[in-house]
Design a protein around this ligand. Structure first.
Ligand SMILES: [Mg+2]
Length: 125
């Protein structure tokens, strides 16, 4: 299954612009921190992929991910962490918290595109 609607949660405006260019064939929904990400998710329950930063004000990526995985409605939505936090323990923590994949910034466009194309289908499909 190809995701169609993608939620980008990142406090960098540049990253949002990059994804706009990179993911032209997808509908993007934008949030600047975890708290806003949860709001957008509830406004758009048909989101089928989340691209998530870790370092953000007000609610960071790990906290956001825990909320998403705890919720019944969104627990199946795949989350790809896209972060400069390249430390191994962060990768482990992200994957243990339920992330589908972890990509380090700076990333190559093809890296993310390939990952998105290879995501396993969600249970609801
Ligand atoms: Mg950040």
């Amino acid at each position: 299954m190809q995701p169609k609607k993608v939620l980008v949660v990142d406090d960098s405006k540049l990253i949002h612009k990059m994804f706009e260019v990179m993911l032209r064939s997808y509908a993007l929904v934008h949030a600047m921190d975890g708290r806003e990400g949860l709001e957008r998710l509830h406004e758009h329950p048909d989101i089928d992929l989340i691209l998530l930063d870790i370092n953000m004000p007000s609610m960071n990526g790990f906290e956001f991910l825990e909320e998403v995985k705890r919720s019944e409605a969104f627990t199946e939505v795949p989350v790809i962490i896209v972060s400069t936090e390249g430390k191994d323990q962060d990768t482990v923590r992200g994957l243990q918290a339920g992330a589908a994949a972890y990509i380090k910034k700076p990333f190559r466009n093809e890296e993310i595109l390939k990952l998105i194309e290879r995501l396993p289908p969600m249970a609801s499909d």
